[in-house]
Design a protein around this ligand. Structure first.
Ligand code: SF4
Ligand code: SF4
Length: 366
């Protein structure tokens, strides 16, 4: 490579990432890192649930996300950038606001994080391109936020951003795990960083705290049992045996990050786009359950919550009502028992039975 020296270009990229507002940036090589070998058996075991993008294969039958070298043959290096989105609000594990639910911390923001992270990635990409043009170097690049043919956290590990925790999140020793990741693939061979060492040790707090027993072991998650998957990705009915464990989570779940000791002193974000919208912190569950399609579109216009869709968020809010132990919600449930959407009416029947059983002293929310 004639593009300066490897360490100079690495420093240039990290400075550009810092200038764009990323707290962390590093470089990984495009290789089949050992962790990617777990991806095929994980998909084969059905742990990806209904997430088609996880299971997409190329024409040779390889899982696209586990074979970046064949999905993007010109790519030589992966620049991984990370930005902190934590805010000062208490964790879900410290929250007990009756009649209210929980939206995952990452989805409180003023702007969809995909757009905010992509805008910053483009700044880094543009600096890199200007520099390569100045040096008359050929350069191909491609930016991704969540949508690339790669398992981002594996490359984040090899870029030195952090280690992959037993909760399957990327953890940084100083920043914790409230990190959005963005990647830039480049056609030039860059000097890779050293992978971050695993600092989970003997801790198993995340595994022990999961209310739906979604971990099939350390570092391995069955998405079908994860509240995050169930409330965001799963369409239609939610398996009945998992509903009680979902508590009042209406979009995502932060528990396995909230209990992590590395998040105890996690700093808060400096990026204004990630400042929370007050109405999304502990939202009233009857507000969400009764929301019209128009209101859903307006409230969540620029929010990741759109991914759950209107009917999905209502379904989740009805489960939260069933788990609320609050009989004030019974009239609301009565009104949706015959909802034209069979999923809504089935969940409303379940929630009514659960609330009634609770208030009749026959058992209910733990
Ligand atoms: S996000 Fe929640 S449900 Fe999913 S693994 Fe973590 S604690 Fe369990
Ligand atoms: S809770 Fe413990 S085991 Fe889980 S990710 Fe954090 S340090 Fe690792």
């Amino acid at each position: 490579m004639t593009f300066k020296t490897p360490s100079q270009i690495s420093a240039f990229i990290k400075q550009a990432a810092h200038d764009a507002g990323f707290e962390l940036a590093g470089i990984a090589s495009v290789r089949r890192h050992p962790e990617l070998e777990h991806f095929e058996p994980w998909v084969a075991a059905g742990y990806a649930g209904e997430m088609k993008y996880m299971k997409a294969r190329d024409e040779t039958g390889n899982l696209k996300r586990a074979s970046l070298d064949s999905a993007v043959p010109w790519a030589r290096s992966v620049i991984v950038c990370a930005i902190n989105y934590n805010t000062a609000q208490p964790y879900s594990t410290a929250f007990n606001h009756p009649g209210h639910g929980w939206i995952s911390r990452y989805a409180w923001s003023m702007e969809d994080y995909h757009e905010a992270v992509m805008r910053r990635l483009r700044e880094v990409e543009s600096r890199l391109r200007q520099e390569s043009a100045r040096l008359q170097e050929e350069l191909q690049t491609r930016c991704y936020v969540d949508t690339g043919p790669l398992v981002e956290r594996v490359y984040a590990k090899y870029a030195g951003i952090g280690w992959i925790g037993k909760n399957t999140c990327i953890l940084n020793q100083k920043l914790g795990s409230w990190l959005f990741l963005g990647v830039i693939l480049t056609s030039i061979e860059l000097e890779p960083d050293l992978p971050a060492p695993d600092r989970c040790g003997t801790c198993t707090r995340c595994i022990d705290a999961c209310p739906t027993d979604a971990f099939v072991g350390p570092y391995q998650l069955d998405s079908n049992r994860c509240i995050s998957y169930l409330t965001i990705e799963k369409r239609g009915e939610i398996p009945e045996d998992l509903r009680a464990g979902m508590g009042r989570h209406v979009f995502g779940c932060d528990i396995c990050q909230d209990v992590c000791p590395w998040n105890r002193k996690a700093p808060t974000t400096a990026a204004p786009e990630f400042y929370p919208r007050e109405e999304l912190i502990n939202p009233a569950i009857d507000w969400l359950a009764g929301m019209s399609a128009d209101e859903f579109r307006n409230v969540f216009r620029r929010s990741p919550v759109r991914r759950a869709k209107h009917e999905g968020l209502r379904r989740n809010a009805i489960i939260a009502i069933g788990n609320s132990g609050d009989r004030r919600f019974l009239p609301l449930l009565e009104r949706v028992l015959n909802d034209p959407d069979p999923v809504i009416s089935e969940h409303a029947n379940w929630a009514k039975d659960r609330l009634s059983a609770e208030t009749e002293g026959l058992g209910g929310p733990a």
